[in-house]
Ligand binder design. Sequence first.
Ligand code: HEC
Ligand code: HEC
Ligand code: HEC
Ligand code: HEC
Length: 208
Amino acid sequence: MALRSRLRVSLAVALFLGVPLALFAVEDGASPVFHIVTPVDRCVVNREKLEIVVLDRRPDTPALRVNGQPIEWKPYTPPLYAAQAALIEGENTIEIGGRTISLFRTSDGATPPKDWPEFKAHRAKNAGWRDCSLCHETAQKDERVRVGEWKGYDDTCASCHDEDNVTETHAHTLDPLADCGSCHAFHGTTRDTLLRGEPRKLCAGCHD
Ligand code: HEC
Ligand code: HEC
Ligand code: HEC
Ligand code: HEC
């Protein structure tokens, strides 16, 4: 608790002084330069509109094409790039900065490739994540939105998943689990319950 409040105070001070927000200091260690946050390659999607979020620290803006059509990024501050794609039924090809991923949008007429799992992201309606400032520190800069760190459990999840709910569903006290994003890939994964990995491995950081 104390640590979280301290963090919040220093963030408020940083914002007040105009100090640039740390932009996603925590990232995929395997590819810090280019990282597709969402969606996941080779999976099945059951809706038309899909968010694409990429962190790309290379100097050039990555080109984005959905089924060959160029798509504009929304006005965010690099290294964050985000856009919304409209998927056609059946197989879709998405090219992002030289990487190509494939997604299959469910349709009546066609069967998805075998072994492609279902893509899952947080579904609750009023936690729809189009307004980044609901959950992230944000700031305006040159008509672009700078999206910073997640605001934390108290301000973003607790209104729906209160302490009793978290304690009960995890059979665990809340405090050690308050960094929800360390175990749940809020913006999407193919794993059940939006988990980032095998439950046992997720616990192993703190328990043998
Ligand atoms: C309802 C809450 C919510 C909203 C709204 C939301 N996010 Fe997030 N986002 C999260 C959580 C939770 C995490 C994981 C936090 C962590 O572990 O640091 C996260 C992480 C991220 C990450 C880092 C992911 C990674 O794997 O490194 C990016 C980038 C991101 N969000 C972008 C966005 C953008 C862009 C928007 C708006 C279009 C947005 N988010 C809206 C909750 C939200
Ligand atoms: C507006 C209410 C609301 C907010 C805010 C909210 N959730 Fe949820 N969440 C729900 C509901 C409702 C469900 C069950 C939805 C479903 O089954 O599709 C859910 C489901 C989940 C699940 C399980 C998903 C699954 O597939 O089983 C996780 C994990 C989760 N939420 C984490 C979070 C985190 C982390 C935050 C904060 C960043 C958050 N939620 C914010 C309402 C909310
Ligand atoms: C140490 C890893 C870890 C952390 C941290 C964590 N969770 Fe979970 N969460 C899990 C596991 C494991 C499950 C159970 C998956 C299952 O049973 O299929 C789960 C399940 C859930 C579910 C679905 C519950 C159900 O039965 O429908 C929700 C909602 C959820 N977590 C929300 C949160 C929220 C909110 C936070 C932050 C306070 C959080 N989790 C932090 C590992 C974690
Ligand atoms: C961030 C560190 C952290 C993570 C990750 C974590 N725990 Fe814990 N866990 C703790 C701490 C600290 C305690 C003891 C304090 C408390 O209960 O609040 C604890 C207590 C427990 C207890 C009760 C043990 C006792 O002696 O009463 C169980 C059982 C447990 N954890 C299981 C899990 C499981 C299962 C997971 C993965 C889903 C998990 N923990 C993930 C930190 C963590």
